[in-house]
Design a protein around this ligand. Structure first.
Ligand SMILES: *[C@@H]1O[C@H](CO)[C@@H](O)[C@H](O)[C@H]1NC(C)=O
Ligand SMILES: *[C@@H]1O[C@H](CO)[C@@H](O)[C@H](O)[C@H]1NC(C)=O
Ligand SMILES: *[C@@H]1O[C@H](CO)[C@@H](O)[C@H](O)[C@H]1NC(C)=O
Ligand SMILES: *[C@@H]1O[C@H](CO)[C@@H](O)[C@H](O)[C@H]1NC(C)=O
Ligand SMILES: *[C@@H]1O[C@H](CO)[C@@H](O)[C@H](O)[C@H]1NC(C)=O
Ligand SMILES: *[C@@H]1O[C@H](CO)[C@@H](O)[C@H](O)[C@H]1NC(C)=O
Ligand SMILES: *[C@@H]1O[C@H](CO)[C@@H](O)[C@H](O)[C@H]1NC(C)=O
Length: 695
């Protein structure tokens, strides 16, 4: 029937929008904090709590972040780090749309000491938030123990620092300043201290008491500072900060990060001492303490046949609409009268439902707007109301036209829409509220938490497959999802998979800002992107299948597709699983958290299917009809070669929509005007590789 119908419009803004998933967490508990107070430092106990990275030491009741003159060290060209051994969770929710940022406060007393009276000091000391407990090699001199010549400026450093810099490099304002360093010693913000009457490293012993407060709600970092003559501070915290910066920590640091200090010397030296240190970090729940998300969707799907009929009717209507004048006043009425169409809500009802969009009802924030929890008074029904940050989307007619298309996509494993409201250019979408989360929050949890059982996992994979099959083959126009990954799979109250998020960034033409935000340093998508996409820039059904393969492996192995630390020597999960397959022990890839409690045949089937879907050659990947059959057990698991075939480009076989030239997917990247760019390819090996929406 597809040929008889009008093609979908190129711009599927609302298809994307309406199926947009916002991972959310409602946390209504009071602030709980983890904290410690350290100092004066004692080598006999503090070496246990602190990671003292050579050549840093604990001596003279202080942290000597670079060596103390008492040691057997040369003082020149040194760098060191001392970090609190325990990591802290600094944000909650998926990397693409964190739902909460942990606030933290720290205060410490430092002394930067000139070794020889009037010699020039160098280089500086910094308070840091780092992704691990390591010190980069080659980080002496101007690198302050933060970065080195190779890594400086890379998002993959995931490093946040407040530097106390005593030596002027060509990128520094002077030799006596503080700076906010984000992945680089080239500060994103600096404050010269001379004007404030402070000298970090005078030729006498001077102590500075520093407070760094980060408010995760307001996303603001403030630094306060006062000088003291004694190592035990006496003066109160000043009323106003000397530096204030807006900062979204989730865009910079690792979800689990470490706090501490780094310092360096160069040709000029100084002692970089910390005499006492307090830290308080807001305690975010560990993954899964609470239902960590929100499922957007209707509980009951429309039977497929009815959906097709409704869909056809709606499309027929849409075609007529196109012929008619664009501002036909009857459009709205017609739309409203169609069965199964998401309902139009009154703005004032949504306002009331959400308590006038009260902060306290805020469930989370995505790249495109804020989601509020609400209760519809008339039905006493819990809903999630998504308010888009910008209203300059489309004309109302275009909006309605697109709504009709979205409305046609109905499947019990897709996230559907309850209703909408479009008022004065402002757009709100209404979804059913479900107090359950996205797949990733259930499978990437620590050992302390009960993880999803095997039967649920199998059911979820099958659900995703069936949604994909619907989009790729059953629906009369082929639709490509483009962004398959665990965080885009929601689970309803029965742990049925619901596929959401049809590609964020393409959704809103004018949303350059949030798009840019999405691109920042979140390694969420490494491993989901089919290799040929880096060349063609086109999302295809085959590239969707590749992403599906990654999801299968995640679900079975309980691991993300890519891991800095690696899997048995492999950086990509798929390579590791493939090696286990070759060695005839593929079941060793199954998530250990299942404790062996799984069906071996099913696990083997899923893993082999996951590998088959991860085939580097697009044409070799199974198609969704076969996938659905394999999952149902009616067809054997695919044969997988012992070695992962090499990716060859250009491919010998055609890539796009093999054997199917007319039903070309309407959703290719070119139609959204932003193809893949070389930087994705060049960043392939880089941990800072972007997140979800590469196009
Ligand atoms: C001092 O350094 C030298 C050379 O690195 C080494 O042989 C010696 O054992 C060190 N002495 C102490 C007390 O650490
Ligand atoms: C420290 O590094 C500088 C610059 O690399 C070099 O010129 C100097 O010789 C080094 N000093 C020592 C003691 O290694
Ligand atoms: C940090 O300090 C501020 C101001 O004293 C306080 O309001 C806030 O609750 C503190 N945050 C934490 C995480 O302790
Ligand atoms: C740490 O906290 C204690 C108790 O509040 C306080 O006495 C001390 O001055 C603090 N130290 C620093 C470095 O702020
Ligand atoms: C910089 O640090 C990284 C890792 O920390 C290391 O692999 C690299 O070799 C270092 N580069 C230099 C120039 O020391
Ligand atoms: C330091 O900060 C000032 C603004 O506070 C800015 O104008 C200047 O460019 C910065 N200097 C450097 C070297 O980053
Ligand atoms: C410290 O420096 C000041 C000027 O900056 C100088 O007058 C004084 O003599 C110096 N003191 C010592 C102990 O070197």
């Amino acid at each position: 029937m597809g040929r008889a119908l009008a093609p979908l419009p190129a711009n599927l803004t609302f298809l994307s929008l309406l199926l947009l998933f916002l991972p959310l967490a409602a946390r209504l508990r009071p602030l709980e904090a983890l904290d410690f107070q350290l100092g004066p430092f004692d080598p006999s106990s503090d070496y246990k709590t602190l990671e003292v990275v050579y050549p840093a030491t604990i001596a003279n009741k202080a942290l000597q972040v670079t060596p103390d003159s008492a040691g057997n060290f040369t003082l020149q060209n040194q760098s060191g780090r001392i970090l609190y051994r325990q990591g802290f969770k600094l944000w909650d929710g998926p990397s693409t749309a964190p739902t909460k940022l942990a606030s933290f406060n720290t205060s410490f007393v430092i002394n930067i000491f000139r070794v020889n009276g009037n010699s020039t000091p160098g280089e500086g000391l910094a308070f840091i938030v780092a992704p691990d407990l390591n010190l980069p090699a080659g980080s002496s001199g101007g690198y302050l123990g933060l970065t080195n010549a190779t890594t400086d400026g890379h998002d993959s450093n995931r490093l946040l620092a407040v530097e106390f810099d005593t030596f002027k490099q060509d990128y520094d304002p002077d030799a006596n300043h503080i700076g906010l360093d984000i992945n680089s010693v080239r500060s994103s913000q600096n404050v010269s201290l001379a004007g404030l009457g402070f000298q970090l490293a005078p030729n006498v012993t001077k102590f500075f008491h520093v407070w760094i407060d980060y408010d995760g709600g307001g996303k603001v970092l403030k630094v306060y500072m006062i000088d003291e003559d004694e190592s035990t501070p006496t003066k109160p915290k000043p009323a106003s900060p000397i530096m204030k910066a807006s900062l979204d920590t989730s865009k910079v640091v690792s979800q689990n990060s470490y706090f501490g200090f780094a310092a360096s010397t160069g040709g000029n030296v100084e002692l970089n001492c910390v005499l006492s240190w307090n830290l308080t970090v807001e305690d975010l729940p560990k993954d899964g303490d609470l239902p960590a998300g929100l499922v957007i969707g209707l509980a009951v799907g429309i039977p497929a046949a009815a959906a097709v009929l409704v869909g056809a009717a709606v499309l027929g209507f849409r075609v007529r609409r196109r012929r008619a004048a664009a501002n036909d006043p009857n459009i709205l009425g017609t739309l409203k009268s169609l069965p199964g169409t998401p309902k139009e809500f009154e703005f004032r009802d949504l306002k009331r439902a959400t308590g006038n969009f009260d902060e306290r009802n805020k469930l989370g924030q995505g790249g495109f707007g804020v989601v509020y929890k609400g209760v519809l008074a008339t039905e006493n029904r819990q809903v999630a109301v998504k308010k888009f940050s910008r209203g300059d989307l489309k004309s109302k007619d275009d909006f309605l036209a697109e709504l009709t298309i979205i409305n046609r996509l109905r499947h019990r494993h897709l996230v559907p829409l309850l209703g909408w409201c479009h008022k004065k250019g402002m757009l709100l979408l209404v979804y059913d509220f479900m107090p359950n989360g996205s797949l990733d929050s259930h499978i990437f949890c620590g050992p302390e938490r009960q993880t999803l059982g095997w039967s649920h996992r199998y059911k979820i994979v099958s659900g995703v497959a069936s949604a994909l099959h619907y989009l790729h083959d059953e629906y009369d126009q082929k639709v490509v999802h483009r962004d398959l990954k665990a965080s885009n799979v929601m689970l309803d109250s029965n742990f049925n998979a619901r596929l959401g998020d049809f590609g964020l960034a393409r959704a809103i033409d004018n949303e350059k800002t949030s798009y840019a935000e999405l691109e920042e340093g979140v390694p969420g998508t490494v491993g989901y992107i089919a290799p040929e996409c880096l060349h063609t820039g086109k999302a295809t059904r085959e590239s969707d299948v590749f992403g599906f393969g990654a999801v299968i492996l995640e679900v079975v192995c309980g691991q993300r597709p890519w891991n800095r630390a690696g899997f048995g020597g492999f950086q990509f999960l798929v390579d590791w699983v493939w090696s286990l397959h070759r060695e005839g022990r593929i079941l060793e890839a199954v998530d250990e958290r299942l404790g062996g409690d799984y069906a071996e045949e099913e696990a083997r089937r899923l893993l082999l299917l996951g590998l088959a879907c991860s085939h580097p050659t697009a044409a070799e990947r199974p198609k969704t009809p076969a996938i659905v059959q394999i999952l149902s057990g009616s067809v054997d698991a695919p044969r997988v070669p012992p070695f992962k075939p090499a990716f060859v480009w250009p491919s010998a076989s055609p890539l796009m929509e093999i054997g199917d030239t007319t039903d070309v997917t309407p959703m290719t990247s070119s139609q959204f005007g932003s193809g893949w760019t070389p930087r994705y390819a060049s960043k392939e090996s880089d941990a800072g590789y972007n997140n979800s929406s590469p196009v």
